[in-house]
Design a protein around this ligand. Structure first.
Ligand SMILES: Nc1ncnc2c1ncn2[C@@H]1O[C@H](COP(=O)(O)OP(=O)(O)OP(=O)(O)O)[C@@H](O)[C@H]1O
Length: 261
């Protein structure tokens, strides 16, 4: 977990900086860069259209937009769950299509809406690398995910959805990711579990983690995201600081925001 502590120091550096047109904060490092990313289906339908986006290091970027606008497709491109064309997605300046895919997915972890749990799941990722986590390391991960030590031995079937989501988060964190991708991580959770997960995400950000989160909740984005990108019909129509969301100018963005709030 040492790299989390290092990250905390980096995270403190980038305050009061200006946002650039692709979402990056001027003066802060870009962790993931998306350049001209397009995805078209065989039938000529375009899911993503010339997407350009800078995801700043150590920040939370919210991704919002109507159903079917391409949010999940964009997120999945970032760790090659959908394989983007080469030269379109970069991690720390490196084209992700040139990286070992498993190594990439350890660095860029993903948490889905509904977690899939199985036995001994927190140790699973490191085990794939031939690394056995010590009990105290598992306890530490549970603590980060806001779970007490009683969760150490619990089976997936014994957990509520909210607890399962946090165990899934601990499992993702066991790989020590640098970036966390979240696809509507709290949409199946009650308000208290939602708040617990949000608190954990803010804590991870303060430790230097970069987070990209798809959410249908504008209020959630305003609570925890630093910057938000609005996707409509496969195109990014606005990138704003989350506190400036009400200043969106694109007509579809304005309509979407009015209907969602
Ligand atoms: N593999 C695929 N084959 C065909 N169509 C696809 C595929 N993946 C996504 N689509 C279509 O692309 C569009 C964008 O899908 P995507 O899941 O990225 O949208 P979204 O914004 O995440 O939607 P939602 O908010 O409903 O989850 C949708 O119309 C979807 O049906």
């Amino acid at each position: 977990m040492e790299n989390f502590e290092d990250g905390a120091r980096e995270g403190l550096l980038s305050v009061n900086v200006n946002i650039n047109e692709n979402g990056g904060f001027n003066g802060s490092e870009i962790k993931i860069q998306v350049k001209d990313l397009t995805r078209s289906l065989d039938k000529g339908v375009t899911i993503l259209q010339n997407v350009n986006l800078d995801i700043p290091k150590g920040k939370i970027m919210g991704i919002i937009g109507p159903s079917g606008s391409g949010k999940s497709t964009l997120l999945r491109a970032l760790n090659r769950l959908w394989e983007p064309p080469s030269g379109t997605v970069f991690l720390d300046g490196n084209d992700i299509t040139g990286l070992d895919v498993l190594e990439l997915r350890r660095k860029v972890g993903m948490l889905f809406q509904l977690p899939v749990l199985f036995q001994d799941n927190i140790r699973y990722g490191p085990q794939l690398k031939g690394k056995k986590l010590k009990d105290e390391q598992v306890y530490k991960l549970l603590t980060i995910a806001d779970l007490d030590s009683s969760f150490f031995d619990k089976q997936g079937s014994e957990l509520s959805v909210g607890q399962a989501q946090r165990v899934a988060l601990a499992r993702t964190l066991a790989n020590e990711p640098e970036v966390l991708l979240l696809d509507e991580p709290t949409s199946a959770l009650d308000p208290i579990s939602t708040q617990n997960v949000e608190d954990v995400l803010v804590k991870l950000k303060s430790r230097g983690m970069t987070i990209a989160m798809v959410s249908h909740s504008i209020k959630q984005i305003q609570r925890i995201a630093d910057v938000v990108c609005l996707l409509v019909g496969g195109e990014i129509v606005e990138v704003l600081r989350s506190e400036d969301l009400s200043q969106a100018k694109h007509p579809m963005a304005i309509r979407f925001l009015q209907l969602s709030s």
